[in-house]
Design a protein around this ligand. Structure first.
Ligand SMILES: Cc1cc2nc3c(=O)[nH]c(=O)nc-3n(C[C@H](O)[C@H](O)[C@H](O)COP(=O)(O)OP(=O)(O)OC[C@H]3O[C@@H](n4cnc5c(N)ncnc54)[C@H](O)[C@@H]3O)c2cc1C
Length: 406
């Protein structure tokens, strides 16, 4: 029996953040394909269910890529302010949580609905529970074999946009198909690895008794540091500061933890020694640190204090040792929690093979890569969605212009 045949101007693989944004701007004749049962599943679970949809201070310096200049064009042509306008036009209430991070007041479902409305307005077709089994280019059009509702179909299109995201959280639909399509058409990939991910410390983790404790900290790895919260877990370290630094950490590297970086501990401890010398170190440290952490630090430095715990008994040199324990804590993670827990995938389709203006392939005209599948990875804080919006918009605009709809 002959397969049903469908012809579209543009097929977008992936109904996630970037794919839906692209569909809203790519002009008529767009089909969006996704193997999941619902669009935008990662948006739904993002930002603790409230979607940190952009960052007011987003700029190219907040992104990692083998080519740090690549993201500049798209980020400057579709900015955070453009997306904030769109959110406002849809009447979605939002707030700044911290550090320019904008979250929905109510639910991340508002952002999914916004994208669906924009796609409907543009007349895009959405096929869910559909898989792309094969793709080729015959010199004129892309030829795709798609299974939809158990039936195999042939789909042709002038443009193919790969928007199937990274490898993180496979249980909600992540796959490596975007990377495979890139390779098939002759694109190079940069190394991919889990990022924005908790760090683990193997059996040696001395933190098990601190699980659940949080503290402000400055965490550094490979010359980059972040001042945000640190969270101790049963398996290692997490919290925003660790997630941020995980994108810069490599196996074998140590990280440096500075607790409460805004506190000048040496001077503060000397002042407390003069004013309240009979208090013991752990008690004094609870002024700045949670009790369990203060006790753990005090017992860690205890051997260097020769059993003397009261501040009055401590010399300046000993106070310096305490300060070092608080400010230059060197730790060697053994690994990360992997794609199961990573918020994003670092690396991906090498940007040298793409136009930074349109995201179109330099190898295969009509082929585009957008969103997380590209080697552009944002910091924690709304930057990854901004890349999805900016790159999706850039590809959509280009396609619309080529088809006379721009
Ligand atoms: C728990 C969590 C929380 C996050 N919170 C935030 C946040 O608050 N702010 C922020 O900026 N970023 C956040 N991120 C990162 C952000 O979700 C991603 O960077 C962003 O969704 C990437 O957009 P994308 O369109 O490239 O990919 P995705 O949004 O992942 O979309 C890819 C789509 O492609 C589909 N797909 C994949 N493979 C196939 C295939 N073979 N066939 C058909 N369809 C396929 C998937 O089902 C999915 O719908 C979070 C990530 C996670 C995991």
């Amino acid at each position: 029996m002959a397969r049903p045949k469908d012809s579209f101007t543009t097929v977008i693989l992936g109904a996630g953040a970037a794919g839906m944004m692209c569909a809203a701007h790519a002009g008529p004749g767009v089909l969006v394909l996704d193997h999941a049962a619902k669009p935008g599943e990662k948006i739904r679970i993002s930002g603790g269910g409230r979607c940190n949809f952009t960052n007011m201070y987003a700029g190219p310096e907040n992104f990692l890529s083998a080519n740090p200049h690549f993201a500049k064009s798209a980020l400057s042509r579709y900015t955070q302010w453009d997306f904030i306008d769109l959110v406002a036009r849809h009447g979605i209430a939002y707030h700044e949580k911290t550090l320019g991070q904008l979250f929905c007041d109510s639910s991340s479902r508002d952002i999914i609905q916004l994208l669906r409305d924009e796609m409907d307005r543009a007349g895009a077709t959405l096929w869910l529970k559909s898989t792309l089994d094969e793709v080729s280019h015959d010199g004129a059009r892309f030829r795709l074999r798609v299974t939809r509702e158990g039936q195999s179909r042939e789909v042709t299109a002038q443009h193919l946009v790969v928007a199937c995201g990274g490898k993180s959280i496979p249980k909600i639909g992540a796959s490596d198909q975007g990377y495979r399509i890139a390779k098939q058409f002759g694109h190079a990939l940069t190394e991919t690895r889990p990022a924005l991910v908790p760090l683990t410390f193997g059996a040696e983790a001395a933190f098990a008794d601190l699980a659940g404790v949080a503290s402000p900290a400055r965490i550094a790895a490979n010359g980059t540091s972040f001042d945000e919260a640190l969270l101790f877990t049963h398996r290692g370290l997490s919290g925003p500061a660790i997630l941020q630094v995980s994108s810069y950490w490599r196996e074998g590297d140590a990280i440096t933890v500075q607790l409460c970086p805004e506190v000048g501990f040496y001077d503060a401890l000397r002042a407390r020694r003069s004013a309240a010398g009979r208090r013991d170190l752990a008690t004094v440290l609870t002024e700045w640190l949670p009790k369990r952490l203060a006790q753990s630090i005090a017992s860690r430095v205890a051997p260097t204090l020769e059993g003397r715990g009261n501040l009055a008994d401590l010399s300046d040199a000993q106070l310096r040792a305490v300060t070092a324990a608080l400010g230059e804590w060197q730790l060697k993670p053994t690994g990360t929690e992997g794609y199961r827990k990573a918020e994003v995938t670092l690396g991906g389709v090498e940007t040298g093979g793409l136009s930074s203006r349109s995201m179109e392939s330099r190898v295969q005209p009509g082929l585009y890569f957008i969103g997380e599948v590209v080697d552009v990875t944002g910091w924690l804080g709304g930057y990854n969605f901004q890349w999805a919006w900016s790159s999706g918009w850039a590809a959509g605009q280009d396609i619309a212009a080529k088809t006379g709809a721009g």
